[in-house]
Ligand binder design. Structure first.
Ligand code: UDP
Ligand code: MG
Length: 312
């Protein structure tokens, strides 16, 4: 049996070694206990520091270390996809390079997966969001709450990419070829029975996070548009609603003029209504545009990543 561990790295020079050591130490007992071999697939997502050199050096020391270097930064989703495409394992794990995902959990998750044969995936969920800015965690909770209501997929609050799953599930994820990838949603979308384990929050070992608040906001919007068409439904519904209101108002003023003979006044209200409806139209067009842009990118069918170097 082979376990492929995918580690996306973007400017993680200081983390590569500790991460490698942590994983190597934790897969060692699995070898003697279950005869499980491991391959570590580091994906360098176009780092600007010496991450690639470090990976090259590491791969010479340990034959289990495989690496892929992207020609530029394609994003964590692309890195995961590349890792999955090259992984040969019967089981596949995904873990962050910054040690915020404790490597010791890999054996815990693997044993849980073996124990319960009905499971195809064991995912880790963060116990708490302490150490995170309040606004960020509030938005995160809001996102999970919203997603569970407006899309068919069920995403667990606090769940991420830290998980281990079977070849069967990996193949299903690979069969989804879309360009705009949103892993959290993809894992839920492909289905399969998932078991959960919890892990405590840990600080980043070295370096800093690559996710600014704005980037996260954009990412969550991506998630919403990728898995729900509710925003489109809302825009058509509000269009209908405003049509209805305007018909009622027109009738009201027409009758008023006929019965009481009052001249139609109300220049300011007119301006307000025009502005409101104009704004609404732009808003709805924007939503439509978002979906159209997604379709545009998908139809281009560009590769999800480009590799400059690898030892596969
Ligand atoms: N990462 C990546 N490409 C990116 C951004 C991040 O491969 O464009 C990797 C990064 O090296 C790390 C993991 O994704 O291993 C999680 O990133 P980070 O720690 O910055 O996110 P956070 O833990 O703050 O959510
Ligand atoms: Mg991190």
């Amino acid at each position: 049996m082979l376990l492929s561990i995918i580690i996306p790295c973007y400017n993680e020079f200081g983390n590569v070694m500790p991460c490698y050591e942590g994983i190597a130490e934790n897969v060692l007992p699995l070898k003697s206990k279950y005869d499980l071999d491991a391959e570590l697939i580091f994906v360098d997502d176009g780092s600007t520091d010496c991450t690639a050199a470090k990976l090259r050096e590491l791969s010479l020391q340990d034959k289990r270390v495989k690496f892929i270097v992207f020609s530029r930064n394609f994003g964590k989703e692309a890195a995961i996809y590349a890792g999955l495409s090259y992984a040969a394992g019967d089981y596949i794990a995904i873990i962050d390079a910054d040690l915020q995902h404790p490597p010791s959990m890999i054996s815990t998750m693997f044993e849980k997966l073996l124990d319960d044969r009905s499971l195809d995936c064991v995912a880790a969920r963060r116990l708490s969001r302490e150490g995170e800015p309040v606004i960020r965690s509030t938005f995160a909770h809001l996102f999970y709450w919203l997603m569970s209501r407006i899309s068919d997929i069920k995403m667990q609050d606090g769940s991420g990419d830290f998980r281990i799953f079977t070849r069967k599930m990996a193949d299903s994820i690979l069969s989804v070829k879309e360009y705009n990838r949103f892993s959290k949603g993809l894992f839920a979308w492909v289905g399969f029975k998932t078991g959960w384990v919890e892990y405590p929050y840990a600080e980043r070992f070295s370096g800093s996070t690559k996710w600014s608040f704005l980037k996260l906001l954009k990412y969550s919007f991506e998630g919403i548009t990728a898995y729900s068409t509710l925003p489109l439904a809302i825009s058509s519904f509000s269009g209908l609603l405003f049509c209805f209101i305007s018909i009622i108002l027109a009738l009201y003023y027409a009758l008023k003029a006929l019965i009481y003979g009052e001249a139609v006044a109300g220049f300011p209200t007119l301006i307000c209504v025009i502005l409101l409806v104009g704004g609404l139209q732009l808003f709805c067009m924007g939503i439509l545009g978002e979906y159209l842009a997604k379709t545009y990118l998908e139809t281009k069918n560009r590769p999800k990543f480009i590799i400059t170097e690898s030892n596969f």
